[in-house]
Design a protein around this ligand. Structure first.
Ligand code: DX5
Ligand code: ZN
Length: 222
């Protein structure tokens, strides 16, 4: 699925909240429920205090279903593991500005491989940290929780960063998506759209919902 422009709303359920014993079926369920992208939260137990899954999981999802794979690398050395996530079938690869790598170089390698290049910043990281890279990205991920776990409360203070990113994009004629991730529901999605975000990552409120299609629709129309 060709990613839309930043003017369109994109709903990306997070696989972290899915039933890991049946990932292929869960991915099919998300597609049938109207998901645009699938968000894959890769955690190395070092950059964040949790371990989730690696390239093999991206590969398994890629081989079992046809959906745009939005891979979020919460790992200390995204540069070292990049080839494996590219080979696994990622469509967008998002790396953290706080991780231990040459950010520009990593972003360039992601784009050279034909993937969308995403850059993420944690709630405590000031917007100024990502400004040097905004002309090199297709997506800016503003974390609305401290990364590591699903089911945490939305951090509304991050909206000023989303507004700053949208203003910067406008002023400089750029076209990156703005994605928010963590504590997203219909209510917090409405707040995030208003601030300028267009890609909504939601785990517990989609995979955890009784009616996933209704949950996705509510976030899309928030
Ligand atoms: C947290 C992850 C998020 C999380 C979202 O480190 O990056 O994608 O899984 O889960 P919810 O929607 O439950 O906050
Ligand atoms: Zn994520």
């Amino acid at each position: 699925m060709i990613p839309k422009t930043y003017l369109d709303r994109v709903i990306a359920p997070s696989l972290l909240a899915a039933n890991f014993s049946k990932v292929g079926e869960e991915t099919t369920r998300a597609i049938n429920a109207g998901a645009d992208w699938l968000h894959l939260d890769v955690m190395d137990g070092h950059f964040v205090d949790n371990i989730s899954f690696g390239p093999a999981m991206v590969q398994a999802v890629h081989e079992s279903n046809d959906i745009f794979l939005d891979v979020h690398l919460m790992i200390s050395r995204p540069d070292h593991y990049l080839p494996r996530f590219i080979a696994a079938g990622s469509d967008c690869i998002t790396v953290h500005v706080e991780a231990d790598h040459n950010v520009s170089e990593t972003l360039g390698r992601i784009r050279d491989a034909g993937c969308l290049a995403g850059l993420a910043l944690n709630p405590a990281t000031p917007f100024s940290e990502v400004v040097p890279f905004l002309h090199e990205i297709d997506l800016l991920l503003c974390m609305t929780v401290v990364p590591g776990f699903g089911g945490q409360p939305f951090m509304q203070e991050v909206m000023s960063k989303v507004e700053a990113a949208a203003a910067y994009r406008q002023e400089h004629g750029l076209s990156y998506h703005i994605e928010v991730d963590g504590g997203i529901s219909a209510e917090t999605a409405a707040i995030s759209y208003k601030a300028g975000a267009n890609v909504m990552v939601a785990g517990s409120t989609t995979f955890g919902a009784k009616d996933m299609a209704a949950a996705i629709e509510a976030i899309r129309n928030a």
